[in-house]
Design a protein around this ligand. Structure first.
Ligand SMILES: NC(=O)c1ccc[n+]([C@@H]2O[C@H](COP(=O)([O-])OP(=O)(O)OC[C@H]3O[C@@H](n4cnc5c(N)ncnc54)[C@H](OP(=O)(O)O)[C@@H]3O)[C@@H](O)[C@H]2O)c1
Length: 298
């Protein structure tokens, strides 16, 4: 790897993340030299789309032999076995994209002399088109075995229009945070939009109506942050409204009641920090949330 020049890249695992990163790097000045996937059709199709110079490799080893930096964009559980199936050397850089694991997964490659790293896009790659759209502006967590390789990964993130974020050691909490903010938001919206069926409106229509609210909330979080972005009955101290929610959910969707109450309880300190309710209102809200049907307050 020449300092200051872009390393050549190879990818093993041509799924959603592999395809999106290959396309994004190719469009931003990096040369992709080899691709491999256990389904040959995946790597063959992408190699053809890129250029005739890209090797549609027959094995992970061929990718490692061609590329300065090899990305292991296979599923999390396959990273160690794929990495350990390759003979690496000091001319290799090896990177995985698992957000919950450190570079320890690549210990064997490191022992063989390779520089190892982890590059995790803090973004939801639901499909390639959405991923390509969302990559610019996303944070990317970076960990590397050497300062030199960390700089190589920083430069890659800069080229993609992302924001590098240096993380060292255990990344499990970082990943749990990402899952809460992204995956469980999807879960929350599935549950929230499902309630619209009780209003005689389809879940799809409900989701469509809720999305501008979600977008507005995210924009508020971006513009004014926490706790200022909190609105709603808990921020206002409307105990009666919260009680009516509890009663209504208890009647039509009792399976959601404990989740609603848990989230409401976690919202109390946010409202207190915002300063729109005082501790006396917090106590009344808390009491309403402890009652099976919201307490006696109207
Ligand atoms: N999706 C996201 O939002 C996201 C975000 C950040 C980071 N990541 C990380 O990115 C990595 C890839 O995730 P992904 O969502 O792109 O997964 P994916 O769409 O399932 O792609 C993984 C690809 O690797 C192939 N593969 C699996 N085992 C292999 C092996 N032993 N040898 C060769 N190819 C193999 C898979 O083939 P099959 O289809 O046959 O299994 C598939 O084509 C993971 O480490 C993940 O944690 C994902």
């Amino acid at each position: 790897m020449e300092p200051g020049s872009h390393p050549t890249l190879g990818f093993i695992g041509i799924g959603t993340v592999g395809t999106a990163l290959v396309e994004a790097f190719a469009q931003n000045g990096y040369r992709i030299v080899a691709l491999f996937d256990r389904k040959p059709a995946s790597s063959e199709a992408l190699a053809k789309r890129l250029s005739s110079d890209v090797l549609d490799a027959d094995s992970p080893q061929q990718v490692a032999d061609q590329a300065d930096v090899t990305f292991l964009t296979v599923s999390d559980d396959a990273i160690v076995s794929v990495a350990d199936s390759v003979q690496w050397s000091a001319r290799n850089g090896v990177v995985h994209c698992n957000g919950a694991a450190s570079i320890d997964l690549l210990q064997r490659a490191q022992r063989q002399g390779a520089m190892v790293g982890a590059l995790h896009p803090l973004q939801s790659f639901a499909n390639v088109a959405q991923a390509r759209k969302n990559i610019p502006g996303s944070a990317f967590a970076i960990e590397a075995s050497t300062a030199e390789f960390e700089q190589v990964l920083h430069d890659m993130v800069d080229a993609l229009g992302g924001t590098p974020l240096s993380l060292h050691g255990s990344k499990v909490l970082y990943h749990a945070s990402a899952v809460m903010a992204s995956n469980y938001l999807v879960t929350l919206l599935e549950l929230a939009s499902g309630l619209w069926e009780h209003l005689g409106i389809s879940q799809a229509e409900g989701l469509k109506a809720l999305l501008p609210l979600v977008r507005g909330t995210v924009e508020n979080l971006e513009a004014i942050g926490l706790p200022a972005a909190l609105t709603g009955p808990i921020a206002r101290g409307d105990v009666g409204t919260v009680k009516r929610h509890v009663i209504a959910l208890g009647e039509v969707a009792p399976e959601l009641l404990s989740l609603y109450k848990q989230l409401a309880r976690h919202t109390l300190p946010i409202a207190l920090a915002k300063g729109t309710i005082d501790s006396e209102v917090v106590e009344r809200l808390d009491a309403a949330l402890k009652e099976p049907r919201g307490g006696n307050e109207s």
